[in-house]
Design a protein around this ligand. Structure first.
Ligand SMILES: *Cc1c(COP(=O)(O)O)cnc(C)c1O
Length: 308
């Protein structure tokens, strides 16, 4: 039988707001604070805990034996599902897009170490995820099926609790967040105050039209139109990066001791800094940046590249 490794509980009291004089380079400065969700847990870091919360509760209530979800080979979400299952006494299965390559990369190795059974589905067979979800639910009836990225009403509901961790929420004019599926962003929008705007920075390369999947999701799940998506800071696409981004992340860390990740938060911080330098904000604005975690994703980079 599988023996469970020691694990850390999630500790929300570690999610502090810092004012590290972030992004104060260039001529324009506006105050930017950061909510350190990356500190709540070493693996289920950041937004993943919130997005999974109501899926876990529902699985418990319905008496499922395990939870099952989907992701790519570097999915922060799958690792978080594995770890959340461990903490909550569920078995877990991860449906991974692509072939199994040995040795497993650190993300999939973490998932497996947390007891997740990985099932690899070729890109062609993976196809439409909704159909795959149905198929998996039939094949594993005692597992609760969670969409990839917990992109769901439950995910949004959980993400709407993120801002309850901010002591003086009203002082911010803008909330900035990284975007993958826009589930966290929808939750943030639904919990902002009427004078606040949410700025999302897409880590995916998407065309700026009203038809892309993020906009569709937000129109369905966000309760107001006080939001804006930025598409200019994907650095080549999801999981891609450029030397300029690496340099920015290194400098940011050296100046503020805030580490960011290459897939999501580094791109958001870069984009936010760029907007500040381009005078997007007025002098009366104050921004809260959500550090949504994901630092383990930096293991895909050569060691030492970021300096942390
Ligand atoms: C998963 C993840 C996101 C994306 O969240 P969505 O709700 O899918 O938009 C953002 N930041 C980090 C660090 C993540 O791991």
């Amino acid at each position: 039988m599988f023996t469970r490794p020691p694990y850390h509980p999630v500790d929300l009291s570690r999610a502090i707001v810092q004012s590290p004089d972030l992004l104060q380079r260039g001529t324009t400065t506006i105050p930017v604070d950061v909510l350190r969700l990356d500190l709540i847990h070493p693996v289920i870091s950041g937004n993943k805990w919130f997005k999974l919360k109501y899926h876990l509760q529902s699985a418990q209530r319905k008496g499922f034996r395990g939870i099952l979800s989907f992701g790519g080979a570097w999915s922060n979400h799958l690792v978080a599902v594995a770890e959340a299952a461990l903490i909550n006494n569920f078995a877990s299965k991860g449906i991974v897009r692509g072939e199994r390559n040995e040795p497993l990369n650190p993300a999939l190795q973490d998932a497996e170490n947390a007891g997740m059974e990985l099932l690899f589905v070729s890109r062609t067979a993976y196809g439409d995820e909704e159909a795959l979800q149905k198929k998996m639910q039939e094949r594993f009836p005692d597992f609760a099926v969670i969409p990839s990225g917990a992109q769901s009403a439950e995910g949004v509901l959980g993400a709407a609790e993120i801002l309850t961790l901010v002591p003086d929420l009203a002082k911010y004019s803008h909330i900035a967040c990284a975007v993958g599926t826009a589930t966290m962003m929808a939750g943030l929008i639904n919990s902002t105050l009427p004078h606040q705007q949410v700025l999302g920075f897409s880590s995916l390369k998407l065309s700026n039209t009203s038809e892309n999947s993020l906009v569709q999701f937000l129109l369905k799940h966000a309760s107001s139109n006080r939001w804006q998506l930025n598409y200019d800071y994907h650095f080549g696409g999801f999981g891609k990066h450029k030397p300029e981004l690496i340099r920015f992340m290194r400098d940011l860390y050296h100046q503020t001791a805030v580490p960011t990740d290459i897939v999501y938060t580094g791109k958001m911080a870069y984009g936010l800094n760029d907007l500040i330098q381009k005078n997007f904000f007025t002098s009366r604005n104050r921004v809260l940046m959500i550090h949504s975690g994901g630092l383990q994703g930096n293991r895909s980079l050569p060691a030492g590249l970021l300096g942390y």
